[in-house]
Design a binder for this molecule. Structure first.
Ligand code: PMT
Length: 311
């Protein structure tokens, strides 16, 4: 890592507001690691949803992005099915594992009152609700699914660092699947207005600073032996694969998943140092999604990575 990136990273962390629940997050992480980081159990940290960039310290306004968290939530289900333990680092309010087939407002739409005292699941949702509850509880009760919510870019990057350092001892058994849409620009805490920015003072002139790419430090310092998958999103297909290839080499990722905004639910391309593999949703199967074959492919590649490491 070059020294200018190092100082950008230091200044990001030094100026970030301290994480409110740091101690309890650390406690949950320690418990999770103790339970899962034994023998040959594999662990994946799935990041999901978009980070916000607050514009005021007592935040009224913020910059956000489009990410729904669908990719992360769906992938988490498939990783659990493949036997992984998961740290699901997700944006509050975005898609959750096992809830994808439920309506947006499940409590109000899935349940109905049968009389003054009793509530039941409404018929059209009955099977989906029971399955969601059963699978979710099994994963959480077994200790295989730890959910950690974030909202801002400050929270996300502090939590990612804590997770990565906690998983370092797993070496190649740990995977990072970085599907979160991470803000590229932010307002440093110290130069941010404390109170609500007043609209009467005319056009708003605000300087946003570049968020340092943490992929390098994740790779070189936090968890150097882990299997790392980052994502590349573009809206212009002409530049997508070149940018993914550049990210692969620059940040020494094991693979970069390239996707285009409008087709991201249908097809992605997994870029490695020797291949570009197109992964498609199976259109002949109702309710299928692209995350199913994507996770299968990455699990296979992770197995090969672990075998090479142990050879
Ligand atoms: O959530 P959905 O609606 O289902 O959509 C899924 C998705 C399109 C968000 C997902 O598939 C995806 O592509 N996520 C990454 C989007 C993104 O932030 O791309 P990027 O090109 O800006 O960043 C590339 C990588 O660098 C990402 O893995 C990101 O975690 C990482 N990054 C980005 C910025 C930054 N300052 N530091 C980083 O480490």
């Amino acid at each position: 890592m070059n020294s200018s990136l190092g100082s950008e990273i230091d200044s990001f962390y030094e100026s970030a507001p301290p994480l409110k629940e740091r101690d309890s997050i650390m406690e949950k992480l320690n418990e999770f690691v103790e339970l899962n980081c034994k023998g040959t159990k594999r662990v994946v940290c799935v990041t999901s949803g978009g980070t916000t960039v607050p514009l005021e310290q007592r935040c009224v306004r913020y910059i956000d992005n489009f990410s729904s968290g669908h990719r992360g939530a769906a992938s988490t289900e498939y990783f659990l099915k493949a036997g992984y333990a998961i740290i699901f680092l997700y944006r509050r309010g975005t898609s959750q594992p096992y809830c994808r087939s439920l309506p947006d407002d499940p409590l109000l739409e899935c349940f109905e009152a049968t009389d003054e005292l009793n509530i039941q699941v409404r018929q059209p949702y009955s099977e989906a609700v029971k399955r969601a509850i059963r699978d979710h509880h099994a994963a959480v009760a077994g200790g295989f699914l730890l959910k950690l919510p974030f909202t801002t870019i400050f929270e996300y990057l502090q939590m990612l660092q804590m997770v990565a350092v906690s998983l370092r001892s797993l070496g190649p058994l740990a995977m990072f699947y970085l599907a979160a849409a991470v803000s590229d620009f932010y307002v440093p805490w110290k130069s941010m207005a404390e109170h609500k920015i007043q609209s009467g003072s005319g056009p708003l002139d605000m300087r946003l600073v570049q968020v340092p790419k943490m992929l390098s430090v994740l790779r070189t310092e936090w968890a150097p032996m882990a299997f790392c998958i980052s994502f590349k999103l573009e809206t212009d297909t002409k530049i997508l694969l070149d940018k993914a290839d550049m990210a692969l080499r620059k940040y020494k990722m094991n693979a970069v998943v390239a996707n285009e905004l409008l087709t991201r639910k249908e097809v992605v391309v997994v870029v490695t140092d020797s291949e570009k593999i197109s992964v498609q949703r199976d259109k002949t199967e109702a309710g299928s999604d692209v995350e199913n074959p994507l996770v299968k492919l990455l699990v296979d590649r992770h197995s090969a990575f672990i075998n090479d490491f142990n050879a």
